[in-house]
Design a protein around this ligand. Structure first.
Ligand code: GRF
Length: 209
């Protein structure tokens, strides 16, 4: 059994997909111990409360775009108290710094709405569309000190059609996110994910993981 701490700043559709996969037993040996948001009224907290999953707003606004300093320590304390094995970043809009990385080495996983290493940063689906790429997609990766730069665990591609808008493309990407994120979490629970430098090896996986 692995225990997850989920961090998010927004709507929490990825959190909901993971929680639903656990509830419907699509994935097993996984439990969500705590959901934490840096946004007081974030929908992810309401969704967690509706599912009776412990949830907490912990301010992180001492810095604009990162989680650092005393507030980073607040997050570490909460995640350690909840005894989490993995931290799942599900739309958490802050850079993760060394304090948290060192407290949970190789245990922090993020989902990014692009086929990394293309289009790191914000609004990546729009970046892909504006660039004229033929494929967009999503990436699940371990978190390191860089921006969306850690070793890649899984990706799913989404073709970009001529009539796609930023909204339709993001919606299509999110459908894939909701599939591959739970799949990766199952692999973690089964101990089937091995990091070898930049490369991540997974065993006996379905789809394109
Ligand atoms: C997702 O598109 C994810 O790739 C990005 O932030 C978004 C979060 O969406 N990191 P949600 O809050 O899970 O709906």
């Amino acid at each position: 059994m692995i225990k997850l701490g989920v961090l998010g700043s927004g709507t929490g559709s990825n959190f909901a997909a993971i929680a639903e996969s656990i509830k419907s037993k699509k994935i097993n040996s996984v439990e969500i111990s705590i959901v934490i948001s840096d946004v007081e009224n974030a929908k992810i907290l309401d969704r967690a409360a509706a599912l009776d999953i412990p949830n907490k707003y912990i301010p992180a606004d001492d810095f604009k775009t990162k989680l650092d300093g005393k507030q980073e320590q607040d997050y570490i304390n909460a995640l350690k108290s909840a005894d989490v094995d993995y931290i799942i970043l599900a739309g958490f809009m802050r850079m993760i710094k060394n304090g948290l990385l060192n407290a949970f080495p190789q245990k922090i996983v993020n989902i990014h709405p692009a086929l990394l290493p293309a289009f790191p940063g914000l609004h990546s689906w729009k970046q892909a569309l504006d660039y004229g790429a033929k494929f967009a997609g999503c990436t699940v990766h371990f978190v390191d000190a860089g921006m969306d730069s850690g070793p890649i665990i899984a990706q799913a591609a989404v073709p970009i059609e001529d009539n796609d808008t930023a909204e339709t493309l993001h919606a299509k990407i999110q459908i894939q996110e909701h599939i591959i994120f739970p799949e990766v979490i199952q692999l973690l629970a089964d101990g089937k994910v091995k990091i070898e430098g930049r490369k991540v090896k997974t065993e006996n996986c379905e789809s394109n993981i």
